[in-house]
Design a protein. Structure first.
Length: 81
């Protein structure tokens, strides 16, 4: 469950602000045509559709990491695993 966006850590680490994250999520939801968040009291939580998207994003992120490792191995003259 996503309660709220962590403002202090986001700002101090140079990452997106909570407002920017909310705007990006809203834009993605519009693009996909499905709601990704819903209000839960004072906070926000992910919808079922968002959880499905997140599962796909996790797979894509893992594949991207493997691709980066393969490219690095290739650049070093080694063989990709």
């Amino acid at each position: 469950m996503l309660g709220s966006f962590p403002a202090p850590s986001a700002r101090s680490s140079g990452r997106l602000t909570p407002s920017a994250v909310a705007q990006q999520l809203a834009a993605l939801a519009r693009d996909l045509g499905v709601p990704l968040t819903e209000r839960d009291g004072r906070g926000v939580r992910l919808t079922g559709q968002a959880r499905v998207l997140l599962a796909h994003a996790d797979v894509i992120a893992a594949q991207l990491e493997r691709a980066r490792a393969a490219l690095a191995a290739h650049a070093d003259g080694g063989r990709a695993r």
